[in-house]
Design a protein around this ligand. Structure first.
Ligand SMILES: Cc1cc2nc3c(=O)[nH]c(=O)nc-3n(C[C@H](O)[C@H](O)[C@H](O)COP(=O)(O)OP(=O)(O)OC[C@H]3O[C@@H](n4cnc5c(N)ncnc54)[C@H](O)[C@@H]3O)c2cc1C
Ligand code: FES
Length: 351
């Protein structure tokens, strides 16, 4: 018998004697970042950025395939004993010498994961990771002129790109309520001092909100620039409208942290058949939130309809897609994305 066959037989034997836990479960306890394990990462440091934002330094395990600047990762972390998944843009450059990556998180009011990461996460914590994904990246051939149009935590993917690529001509228009709320403010001003960036910093508490239709006053050559925009829905909706009105829609790339909800309808009674819970839900709240609030263990990822990490069989009734208003009725084998679907009358989910 070859040594590989011997190893495989020994492994199978071990699996038998350790059932129901697998040997990999025991190995996770001692070597969570080893090759062959589900992808994990270890939090190695947490650096405050502002009063409510922090950069989390993560050492990914062996299976990590790297990222392109601007992409995001999904992380799974235990908060009060429940594993929750969220998406975060990578803010470190793709070629960081020590192999570590960073995400930068802004705590939002009542946010479970963001507050945990910003205020309570400790170095040494092991988290689950997914490979990086997303199309919000610079093209292989770098554009001659770039504009980053960002607000609040929407600066994160742009910072990943700024740190990654040395571009000849970059302008950033960034909005935050006050100077002290500007994430990465020192890094941005260092780039300005090195003449790598022209920065227009707007403090909306005193300057008011950016009126995208008057962008030419701040950036006269805005229309010549390939633009990457990330921020609240209001900014991105206005930008999409403005670029389209000027026949420039293909020059604008946007990244949304939340889905745009366009239609809400009547709700209904939602039954989670596996857990045996039934709750009343309105027609605007995603079934993912309805389930979590009822204490049902719901799988999730991006929470905005892009990763399909939340799909769940719809056993009875109907749900409405909050982005399009489309109704899906239960049929054998029908799966729904709970993060962007709400009850459209009584319905039953297999959770
Ligand atoms: C592709 C992608 C990249 C992202 N990158 C980043 C990033 O780099 N940094 C970062 O801080 N966040 C980022 N996010 C948002 C992040 O995934 C979470 O949505 C956010 O941290 C809130 O999670 P939570 O568990 O704290 O809030 P939850 O407990 O899920 O929600 C609490 C309340 O806040 C509302 N809410 C949820 N998300 C948001 C939001 N983004 N803005 C305002 N209100 C919200 C909910 O409706 C709920 O009422 C990204 C999201 C996506 C899809
Ligand atoms: S959680 Fe990503 S599609 Fe629903």
């Amino acid at each position: 018998m070859t040594s590989a066959a011997l190893r495989s037989r020994a492994w199978k034997l071990l699996e038998l004697v350790t059932t129901p836990l697998l040997p990999s479960d025991y190995l996770d306890l001692v070597s969570p970042l080893r090759a062959g394990a589900d992808l994990r990462g270890r939090i190695e440091a947490v650096h405050p950025e502002t009063a409510d934002a922090a950069t989390i330094v993560i050492r990914p395990g062996r299976g990590w395939r790297g990222h392109r600047a601007g992409q995001y990762i999904r992380i799974g972390i235990d908060v009060d004993g429940v594993r929750l998944w969220r998406a975060y843009s990578v803010t470190s450059p793709a070629n960081r010498a020590d192999g570590r990556i960073t995400i930068t998180v802004k705590a939002i009011p009542d946010g479970k994961v963001s507050n945990h990461l910003v205020r309570r996460a400790k170095p040494g914590t092991v988290i689950q990771l997914d490979q990086a994904c997303g199309e919000f990246v610079l093209p292989e051939t770098k554009p001659a002129k770039v504009l980053y149009l960002t607000a609040g935590s929407g600066i994160t993917p742009a910072m990943g790109m700024l740190r990654d690529a040395d571009l000849d001509d970059v302008v950033m228009v960034h909005s935050a309520p006050r100077e002290e709320d500007v994430i990465f403010r020192n890094d941005l001003h260092d780039l300005v001092a090195d003449e790598k960036l022209r920065l227009v910093e707007l403090h909306t508490d005193t300057d008011g909100m950016l009126d995208v239709t008057r962008l030419h006053e701040l950036v006269p050559d805005w229309a010549e620039r390939e633009t990457w925009a990330c921020g609240p829905a209001g900014l991105l909706d206005a930008a999409e409208e403005h670029w389209a009105a000027n026949g420039l829609a293909d020059r604008l790339h946007t990244e949304r942290f939340r889905p745009s909800v366009v239609v809400a309808g009547d709700g209904g009674e939602v039954t989670f058949s596996t857990t045996g819970k039934t709750v009343e839900a309105d027609g605007a709240t995603p079934l993912l939130d309805v389930g979590e609030d009822a204490g049902v263990l719901m799988p999730s990822g991006c929470r905005m309809g892009i990763c399909f990490g939340c799909v769940t069989p719809l056993k009875a009734g109907a749900v409405r897609d909050l982005r399009t208003g489309e109704i899906t009725e239960a049929e054998p084998g029908v799966l729904v994305q709970t993060c962007v679907s709400a009850a459209a009358g009584p319905c039953e989910l297999e959770r």
